[in-house]
Design a binder for this molecule. Structure first.
Ligand SMILES: [Zn+2]
Length: 444
């Protein structure tokens, strides 16, 4: 078997930081420690060697608001590779008419050009109790996570709490995870505007509190997507302290940006749901990361080009909502988190690799740097600095919410199952090599 030593770097896991070589044999990590002579070597001197990031929340080629998110599987996963994300979790296209197994087959068939490995989550739309057998059928196809919306009644995506409770009981029995978009519909402005006042933080707090009670009672592991506010964090903490098995995610845009951007002439381009909040909310989310009150950072990657958002500048209810994220997840969390002293290096890999991989049944095959895991590795130059320029990124959008931001830390090497996707800063990734990763039984 082809052997390769990533030699002389600083290896980072959630529990350990230290100088070590990593021996890659075929698609797996075979050894961490000293690797002797006679083995092909790639120097990682001066670099951090991290487990590949798992972005548990991406929307590639998503049909929404009469358009599609700008990144397809090719550009979206190429961008992921460029940024050190070696696994993405995307969604089926939920429907009241199409059963989950058919949704999974359709979505898998569409993924012909993935560069990195991917898993799928079923998007629950038009869910009714008589569809319960579909959950086990999805599980047989390697999909055990299911996303519910407490908002978006007008587009038929909202699941009432009674139905959610019933589904959570079934998901617990399957050993899966419910994911919830937690905004209480009754507290949102049905007219959609003015953005972002239409979606207040109290809607998030109330919804997380409600879901926390359901998760405690059903004992169903439940992942709260994109927590954006101090109020949302308060509800998450209260639920977790009461024994509710909630897993909390926030996103880079809630950590790096705040509502001031909406006052800019191009403020509408920052439309995202939930919306960006206050500087105090931002600080509360960093504090939560520092205290390990959250378990994952994902991007909710859902990019649009300016020509998709600009026509609706003055029609907040019709602006496609979402921001690009997958390519900058790791660099931004390193730069604004680790380099600024807000979180430690082990927490970086906890939030980007182990946390999301464990929450969605991929760990330790994914999200772990240990013997026997897939050789998904990132080499990061911690000293390199660079400036965000949307035109030089690989995502298929001409907009970056971070345009002009100075970033410390650069991804210079990426391996996926032992194959170089990025080497010495050059992208070598080949579309079509990414594979579906099924949920593995158990959480490790
Ligand atoms: Zn999302």
């Amino acid at each position: 078997m082809n052997a390769l030593a990533i030699a002389g770097g600083t290896v980072v896991t959630p529990r350990r930081i230290g100088k070590a070589d990593v021996l890659v044999q075929g698609e797996k990590v075979a050894r961490i420690g000293k690797v002797g002579r006679g083995i092909r070597r790639a120097s990682a001197r001066g670099l951090l060697v991290l487990p590949g990031a798992v972005d548990a929340h991406v929307h590639l080629d998503l049909p929404v608001a009469g358009t599609r998110s700008a990144d397809g599987w090719r550009s979206g996963t190429l961008a992921a590779a460029a940024g050190g994300v070696t696994t993405v979790i995307d969604f089926t296209v939920g429907s009241a008419e199409v059963p989950l197994p058919d949704q999974i087959e359709q979505r898998t068939a569409e993924v012909r050009e993935a560069v990195v490995d991917f898993a799928l989550r079923a998007e629950m739309v038009g869910w009714t109790a008589d569809r319960t057998p579909e959950l086990a059928q999805a599980a047989e196809r390697g999909v055990r996570s299911f996303k519910f919306f407490l908002a978006y009644a007008s587009s038929g995506r909202r699941t009432p709490l009674g139905m959610l409770r019933q589904a959570m009981n079934a998901i617990r029995d399957l050993g899966g995870t419910a994911m919830v978009h937690a905004e209480a519909e009754e507290l949102l402005d049905p007219g959609g505007g003015p953005f972002p006042l239409a979606r207040p933080a109290i809607a998030e707090e109330v919804a997380i509190a409600e879901v926390g009670v359901l998760a405690r009672e059903t004992r169903c592991p439940t992942y709260i997507a994109h927590i954006s506010s101090a109020q949302g964090m308060r509800a998450l903490r209260a639920a977790q302290r009461s024994g509710s098995p909630l897993v909390g995610e926030t996103c880079p845009h809630y950590l790096l940006l705040d509502e001031r951007v909406y006052r800019r002439p191009d403020g509408h381009r920052f439309s995202v749901t939930p919306p960006l909040r206050s500087a105090a909310d931002r600080a509360a989310l960093w504090d939560a990361l520092a205290r390990r009150w959250l378990q994952a950072v994902g991007t909710d990657h859902c990019p649009f080009r300016n020509d998709q958002k600009d026509p609706f500048q003055n029609v907040p209810s019709r602006i496609p909502s979402g921001l690009p994220g997958v390519e900058l997840l790791l660099p931004l969390l390193y730069s604004a988190g680790v380099a600024r002293g807000r979180i430690g290096l082990p927490d970086l890999v906890r939030y980007l690799s182990e946390g999301p991989a464990r929450a969605f049944g991929l760990w330790p095959r994914k999200g772990a740097l240990r013997v026997g895991a897939d050789a998904d590795l990132v080499l990061l130059d911690p000293k390199a600095t660079w400036t965000v320029d949307a035109g030089r990124l690989h995502m298929a959008t001409d907009f970056s919410p971070y345009e002009g931001l100075r970033v410390q830390g650069r991804v210079v090497g990426v391996l996926s199952r032992g194959t170089w996707l990025v080497r010495d800063g050059e992208i070598l990734a080949r579309p079509g090599r990414g594979r579906f990763v099924p949920w593995t039984q158990g959480r490790g």
